[in-house]
Design a protein around this ligand. Structure first.
Ligand code: NAD
Length: 295
């Protein structure tokens, strides 16, 4: 069992750290928010006074922070203080360029590192069933895999440093576009007098089948566990979807990739967010497409 520093104990970080404790690891945590530290302590995490203190004697350092600037600032502070041979795992969703810079900071300090963003949301973090998309060397990945295991349903090695973040934003671009496509189909079905259930029964076993339809249906009824059945409480908030779509657009511009549907999805989610729906589940976009804000 390892001593693990966990920095960033928010909605995702706290349940992830709790699963590491349950697996028998000794977890030293730090966050800027007192309430999050209290939750961590109640889960068996040893609360530390600073990120630098959390890193002391840790064999593995996991970060779960909001954005690239937070990750780079924390890496710059703690990498020089980390134990020899320590492994850095960043599970935040951040831009590919910052992910590569984070790897460079670790490398300059002779430390192994992987970017390992996740899919599965708070529910997956609590259940220990997250999908991790990892980027980094084969050595770093081999060392990270058993550490990720108690938090993971699946761990995929996507390639060198930054490849995990690349996989994450490509996946979420598909998700944003497909949710809008499925929502448009339900809105059209309503206008054509076709019931939600009839469209679901056909499309879920036809060529329109996709995760946004069969696991996360944006209208109430056909998939009882989807947020549509609880007034679009997240789930995965529209604010986070917009963040990921913007990261995909930045990456597409930097790489010269043509992503017209990704660009359109970004604009639609920006409008939905601007109407005050950052905290609404992203499948609530169906109401925006109907010309209704809620309900
Ligand atoms: P969150 O805002 O709940 O947690 C982030 C935490 O980082 C906060 O508690 C904040 O206080 C802490 N923090 C910020 N700067 C810090 C610093 N310098 N030192 C220590 N702590 C610091 O966000 P979250 O929902 O837990 O998401 C974390 C990351 O995971 C984001 O990059 C997000 O995009 C990604 N993600 C979230 C979800 C989800 O469903 N919530 C799903 C997949 C990926």
């Amino acid at each position: 069992m390892a001593t693990i520093a966990f920095i960033g104990l928010g909605n995702m970080g706290n349940p992830m750290a709790a699963n590491l404790v349950k697996a028998g690891h000794s977890v030293q945590g730090f966050d800027l928010i007192t309430e999050n530290l209290e939750t961590a302590a109640s889960n068996g995490v040893t609360v530390m006074a600073s990120a630098e203190a959390a890193v002391k004697d840790a064999a593995v350092i996991i970060t779960m922070l909001p954005a690239g600037k937070h990750v780079l600032s924390v890496y710059a502070d703690i990498a020089p203080k980390a134990a020899r041979g320590a492994l850095f795992i960043d599970s935040s969703t951040i831009d590919v360029e910052s992910a590569r810079k984070a790897h460079a900071i670790a490398g300059e300090n002779n430390l192994l590192s992987i970017d390992a963003p996740v899919s599965g949301g708070v529910g997956g973090a609590e259940a220990g069933t997250l999908t991790f998309m990892a980027g980094g060397s084969a050595d770093a990945f081999a060392k990270a895999s058993p550490i990720l295991e108690p938090m993971a349903g699946r761990v995929v090695h996507c390639g060198e440093g930054g490849a995990g973040q690349a996989a994450k934003i490509c996946n979420n671009m598909i998700l944003g576009i497909s949710m809008i496509g499925v929502s448009e189909a339900f809105v059209l079905a309503e206008k054509l007098g076709l019931s939600h259930q009839a469209l679901f029964d056909v499309a879920s076993t036809s060529s329109g089948q996709c995760w946004s339809l069969t696991s996360y249906c944006p209208v109430p009824g056909p998939v009882p566990a989807s947020p549509a059945n609880r007034d679009y409480r997240p789930g995965f908030a529209a604010g986070l979807m917009l963040k990921d779509l913007r990261l995909a657009q930045e990456a597409a511009q930097g790489a010269g990739a043509v992503t017209p549907l990704g660009a359109e999805a970004t604009q639609l989610y920006a409008l939905f967010n601007a109407m005050g729906h950052e905290g609404t589940d992203f499948s609530g976009i169906v109401n925006f497409l109907r010309g209704k804000e809620s309900g």
